[in-house]
Design a protein around this ligand. Structure first.
Ligand code: NAD
Length: 538
């Protein structure tokens, strides 16, 4: 693994087993943008070596040089190497969960369940299916029109993939792209979030010694390093993060005419219908809103509940929220900046008439934001319009499912939506009318962990696809390969253009539907005569 970094002095001893510790190759220049104070209590985090933006192009050049041989490595060999990551990942489960707890403030259980175990499934899925998914597929060609020709669609790697990721799931999100991208024969230059550089380095360390030099490398830093990576000689940018950054990256990629895959923010709604299993719906909604302290692109940030069951549902949600143990079930927020956004949204909603039913803002500057439930009437508040990305659950009462679908679709975000009902047939009909890229019935959010299920959105949630063969379609290019075994000296459509060829062209148009029955019969007769002339070279 490569890291073109400028090394920093690190804490003695603590750095010894730290995958993010500065490599011996570089020398200290600056501390970079990396926080060293853990969001939860504890020892300071180890310092991290920053990649200078000027060094990014070199990392990309090395990735490009390595990629060609990597793509030529037999697929089975590539798959065998990457399959080994699963064992390493599982063997380091506790270390990974502990680091995630330290760096992001996640409860250890949540870290292990969301960011370790699903990645084992991910590696199994891709290593088992990649051969079939990359296999060339034949294209049917009419043997009369195209004699002797056989067509195939191959899937070729894009080349060098730039991967830029956020801090909220800093192990799971990068692996979801790194694994299929490498299997498909790409090289990857990965820039983790500056908030979670140690988790990023840990991800890369899982591949240590398995890949040729340059095939997977890490660039550590903030927006300047990310921008340098987008501007470097990469063939695809896979980005997960905020709408604002996604927009900047889309513009930069458009200017360079390179494709980009954007997984952006969310404002997911849960639609709770009168015929739901109320206990399951309440428990599912509470988890969907507060897991990862609400710092989840697919957090439930709005609940639309049908009036008939609204009081009972709200009462149960409030009771369940009251049972959540701070620091055990719900961790601290990861950054002060995000906690400030959440506070602002909450205050504006309350100023607009929303009623806090559980929780409420903590003291200024605290990251321990209590899970908060609000009853909200008005949608014209940032809490309902923008992504909040924190442990706040606004509940809105609606008259019926129609109103809930209309309000859900009115958002500029469209990532996932859950429908809570026992009426599956009706739920399927409602799902077809939702804009979201993922719809779950009687569950929420967890499908991001399913490697065979596409994770995607619309509108401000971006258009990227993670997981499933649809993601592989982004990480590869289709190449059409035609093989012509015809022994004819010339093709019908080759030079010279003659009157017979013109007759053939128009007779074909009539024969293939451009004329009535009699016209078609006449065209066939004309065609036979003109084809014989053409065969004679006229
Ligand atoms: P962010 O946009 O601030 O940063 C994301 C990454 O982009 C970081 O690595 C950052 O350093 C880099 N970056 C910043 N400016 C850049 C630039 N100009 N050029 C290139 N790179 C740049 O987002 P964040 O705060 O880290 O993450 C939270 C956001 O991520 C939320 O909006 C959340 O919804 C979204 N998210 C989406 C999904 C999804 O699957 N749709 C999943 C997780 C998180």
């Amino acid at each position: 693994m490569d890291s073109k970094t400028a090394a920093l002095p690190s804490e003695e001893g603590a750095a010894a087993n730290d995958p993010a510790a500065p490599s011996a190759r570089g020398r200290a220049t600056s501390a970079g943008p990396f926080p060293v104070r853990p969001p939860a209590r504890g020892e300071p985090l180890t310092e991290v070596a920053k990649t200078e933006p000027a060094a990014v192009a070199e990392l990309v050049a090395r990735a490009r040089a390595a990629q060609v041989a990597w793509a030529d490595t037999p697929l089975q060999d590539r798959a065998e190497r990457i399959a080994k990551v699963k064992q390493r990942l599982l063997a380091r489960a506790e270390e990974i969960a502990t680091l995630l707890h330290r760096e992001c403030g996640k409860p250890i259980e949540e870290a292990a369940l969301a960011e370790v175990l699903p990645n084992a499934d991910l590696i199994d899925y891709w290593t088992a299916s990649i051969e079939e998914l990359l296999d060339a597929s034949p294209v049917d060609l009419d043997p009369l029109a195209y004699p002797g020709k056989v067509g195939r669609i191959q899937r070729d790697p894009r080349g060098v993939v730039a991967l830029i990721t956020p801090w909220n799931y800093p192990v799971a999100i990068p692996l979801r792209t790194i694994v299929p991208a490498l299997l498909a024969g790409n090289a990857v230059v990965f820039k983790p979030s500056e908030i979670t550089p140690r988790s990023g380095a840990l991800v890369v360390s899982l591949f240590d010694g398995l890949l040729p030099d340059g095939v997977l490398s890490i660039a550590q830093g903030g927006s300047d390093v990310g921008a340098a990576l987008v501007e470097a000689d990469v063939d695809l940018v896979v980005f997960t993060g905020s709408v604002a950054t996604g927009r900047e990256i889309a513009v930069a990629c458009a200017a360079r005419l390179i494709p980009t895959s954007l997984e952006l923010g969310g404002k997911d709604s849960a639609i709770v219908l009168g015929d739901c299993d109320l206990e399951r719906a309440a428990r599912g909604v509470v988890w969907g809103a507060f897991t990862n302290a609400g710092q989840n692109c697919a957090s439930i940030e709005r609940v639309y509940v049908e009036r008939a069951i609204a009081d009972r549902f709200i009462e149960r949600v409030v009771a369940l929220t009251g049972q959540l143990r701070p620091g055990v079930d719900v961790g601290v927020m990861t950054t002060a900046r995000q906690a400030e956004i959440v506070r602002r949204h909450l205050e504006a909603a309350v100023a607009g008439g929303a009623e806090i039913l559980a929780g409420g803002a903590p003291s200024e500057g605290s990251l321990a934001f209590p899970p908060t439930v609000l009853r909200v009437e008005r949608e014209d508040t940032p809490l309902l319009q923008e992504e909040t990305f924190g442990p706040i659950l606004p509940v809105l009462v609606v008259n019926d499912a129609e109103e809930a679908v209309a309000r859900t679709n009115a958002s500029r975000f469209a990532l996932t939506t859950s429908l809570w009902t026992r009426g599956y047939e009706r739920a399927h009909a409602l799902a077809r009318r939702l804009r979201s890229g993922v719809v779950t019935i009687n569950n929420h959010g967890f499908t991001g962990a399913l490697p065979a299920a596409p994770w995607t959105g619309a509108g401000d949630s971006g258009f990227g696809v993670t997981s499933s063969p649809h993601a592989l379609a982004e990480l590869t290019r289709p190449r059409f390969l035609l093989e012509d075994r015809s022994r004819a000296r010339s093709e019908l459509w080759w030079y010279p253009y003659t009157p017979a060829l013109r007759t053939i062209a128009f007779a074909m148009a009539r024969a293939r539907g451009g004329a009535g029955l009699l016209g078609r019969i006449g065209a066939l007769v004309e065609l036979v005569a003109a084809l014989s002339k053409r065969l004679l070279g006229r």
